[in-house]
Write a protein that binds this ligand. Sequence first.
Ligand SMILES: NC(=O)c1ccc[n+]([C@@H]2O[C@H](COP(=O)([O-])OP(=O)(O)OC[C@H]3O[C@@H](n4cnc5c(N)ncnc54)[C@H](OP(=O)(O)O)[C@@H]3O)[C@@H](O)[C@H]2O)c1
Length: 281
Amino acid sequence: MRIRTLYDIAGQAASRCLTEQLSALYDGDLPLPDSTRKPVVFANFVQSLDGIVSLKIPGKSGGAEISGRNEEDAFVMGLLRAMADAVMIGEDTFRNAPGHLWTAGFVYPKLEEEFVALRAQLGKRSRHPLNIVVSGMGNVNLGDRLFTQPEIQALVLTTKQGATQLHRRYGDTLPAAVRVLPGDSVLNPSDMAALLHADYRVRLLLHEGGPRLFSSFLTQGLIDDLFLTIAPRIVGRGQSGERPNVSGPLALDSEQAIRGTLLSVKCAESGHLFLRYQIAR
Ligand SMILES: NC(=O)c1ccc[n+]([C@@H]2O[C@H](COP(=O)([O-])OP(=O)(O)OC[C@H]3O[C@@H](n4cnc5c(N)ncnc54)[C@H](OP(=O)(O)O)[C@@H]3O)[C@@H](O)[C@H]2O)c1
């Protein structure tokens, strides 16, 4: 496991965030953005050289298949989860990763205790970030391992219609925490962010996609930084273009394009690139 820094203007001004060991492995510090936003939102994706984030093949549609199960990518994912108060995913991403836990140790078990030490150093109150699944329609499998692990605090954000659907399936007492927000079938990302900040004290939210949920945050200007791994592999868009890119259904014209400012570039010997962009609001 070796990451080399090629360019980094993110780490220069800020005070130290990472532990010594993690900073050595990351080849530099990983400071939070200088933002007054509540919460600060980081997004993390891995894409192929040709911009694809999911193969859309049942059982093989996640980021690991895009990265080629790259160790450095798993480490960066772990690092970001360790820094986060909460990790958020859309229902499709959740459904395609049965048994997955959105914790640092789950993706990079070798450093589980070092990640816990980082959380303690950062003053986090829990060993793991809050795991949040977003579903407007309420088609969430509450029997999944995510909702049965006592050490993981998990939460479903849904609409009134989604909650009705969950009660129909699981009865009056739901086996997981479910919060209802306004919206017929779609939630407003600003409402989600405000609720997480006010009721769950989320200061740093890690957005792990997928593209549809991410695009709704992007259009509302709610993303602070995008961590994007480029895997040196070409997989194609599919016969009918069914394989999505990071921004999914977004369709902006040139004047509306959301600008990114490059903060850091790192690489691994495998040829993977690790980019960090600040996203314009
Ligand atoms: N390469 C990577 O780094 C990476 C990262 C993440 C995901 N992925 C892959 O991407 C694929 C999934 O991406 P996706 O874009 O199709 O799905 P997604 O964003 O993960 O999930 C979409 C679903 O989430 C819910 N949702 C999204 N935005 C919402 C909103 N504003 N309000 C309420 N509900 C909302 C809806 O659920 P309901 O239909 O239940 O209402 C929607 O159908 C998977 O294959 C996953 O493995 C790859």
